[in-house]
Design a protein around this ligand. Structure first.
Ligand SMILES: [Zn+2]
Length: 162
């Protein structure tokens, strides 16, 4: 969903609603670059969005399942229901913006963990450890180290290749 004014591809959803019959979603958006505000009317083809899993299986996108995964990760962490809902909205908006019918589960996982990371480091690590289902403990520790490094100081780039 590019900005009609400056064509920037990053926009922020300010408000979401639907018409009476529920077949159109209205979104008030703001451009992340020039702050131009506009409204979109989108047909949710959400029911038909498919997720391609790591093992190659394709299944319908399941918001509830994704929400449950996030809720498990933020358990007993200082994260509100509103923050979880907001995170889901952000992730779904990014998925919709891609305009693809089949999305890989790892992309969804990446988007969620990217957003979780800015919210809460512990929740991030929990989520990543589940969705990446590390086959080797070393992989998990490497991920954990990267987070801890970034938390201590930014003098080392956690994304460097080892
Ligand atoms: Zn713009």
């Amino acid at each position: 969903m590019n900005c009609p004014d400056c064509d920037n591809d990053r926009t922020r959803v300010l408000d979401t609603g639907s018409n009476a019959s529920g077949d159109t979603v209205r979104r008030r958006r703001e451009c992340c670059r020039c702050s131009f505000r506009f409204t979109t009317y989108e047909r949710p083809e959400w029911d038909s969005l498919q997720v391609k899993k790591r093992n190659g299986d394709i299944e319908p996108y399941d918001k509830q399942k994704l929400r449950n995964g996030i809720i498990r990760a933020v358990e007993k962490r200082p994260i509100t229901d509103e923050q979880v809902a907001e995170l889901l909205e952000t992730v779904e908006a990014e998925l919709r913006a891609r305009d693809e019918r089949i999305i890989s589960s790892s992309l969804i996982g990446d988007l969620v963990s990217e957003n979780l990371r800015t919210l809460d480091q512990v929740a991030y690590i929990r989520f990543v450890s589940v969705y990446k289902s590390f086959s080797e403990p070393q992989e998990f520790l490497k991920e954990l180290d990267a987070v801890l490094d970034a938390e201590l100081d930014d003098f080392e780039d956690p994304n460097r290749s080892q």
